[in-house]
Design a protein around this ligand. Structure first.
Ligand SMILES: [Zn+2]
Length: 245
């Protein structure tokens, strides 16, 4: 039913091609309060991403988060929006608004920059692509080291553990979502403080948030987004996957 609505007019098709989502179904957005103990260094991640992905991101105004996309969210934001197996380990980055007030989404292949200088320490498989873990030379008072994790990506073969990165370097493109999957391509971004004893090779998505190995924190403040803020944004079935297929 959604497909037929999508294909109803050339305009709808054009909008879908651009990744536009502008229907009248309003979802309130929630930005969670920061729960971090140590302030995170600011990153120019958004500025790099916008610059790297012109013209797709021309007119970028701000990231848009639906309920379920933010750190600690109990539910998913796609399909039937059921409960997650555990609170969300990071931030899902998919939608942004432009200067004309439209809500757009990132398309497969979107170039993803690294948040800070660092070293690629691990690659994991995830359900849409690969997860890259980057360790940064930033420590907290307990000697734990800051790591960033980027999931649902398609890195090329040059991205191997040991690769030294400068902030803004492209680490991969956004992986496509299977056409039948009830999910959109998106970047899952996690930040955490890793213990000195961490073994990156032994990490997987089940053990990722175990406090003694890797204490996860909300990435929003590092991106310069205002914790606790909120916005009303209109999203549409245009930008959402077919339900129940
Ligand atoms: Zn996620």
């Amino acid at each position: 039913m959604i497909e037929s609505r999508l294909n109803a007019t050339p305009t709808a098709r054009a909008k879908r091609a651009q990744g536009t989502v502008d229907d009248k179904e309003i979802a309130p957005l929630i930005l969670l309060s920061s729960q971090i103990k140590k302030p995170l260094p600011k990153t120019r991640f958004t500025r790099f991403l916008v610059r790297l992905n012109q013209p797709q991101t021309s007119g970028f105004e701000e990231w848009v988060f639906r309920e379920g996309m933010t750190f600690g969210a109990p539910d998913t934001w796609w399909a039937e929006k059921g409960p997650r197996a555990r609170p969300h380990e990071g931030l899902d980055i998919c939608f942004f608004s432009d200067m004309e007030g439209r809500v757009l989404r990132l398309l497969p292949g979107t170039k993803i920059p690294v948040m800070y200088d660092g070293t690629l320490v691990a690659l994991l498989d995830d359900f849409l692509g690969k997860t890259l873990i980057v360790e940064h030379g930033i420590r907290d008072e307990d000697g734990r080291v800051l790591c960033s994790m980027y999931a649902h990506l398609t890195p090329d073969e040059t991205m191997q553990p040991g690769r030294v990165l400068q902030q803004g370097d492209i680490i991969a493109g956004l992986a496509p979502a299977p056409s039948k999957a009830a999910i959109l391509p998106h970047l899952h971004l996690s930040l955490g403080w890793a213990s000195r004893a961490i073994e990156y090779d032994a990490l997987d998505w089940r053990t990722l948030g175990e406090e003694e190995k890797l204490a996860l924190v909300d990435p929003l403040p590092a991106l310069g987004c205002v914790p606790g803020g909120s916005a009303q944004v209109e999203l549409s079935p245009d930008g959402l996957p077919p339900q129940g297929s």
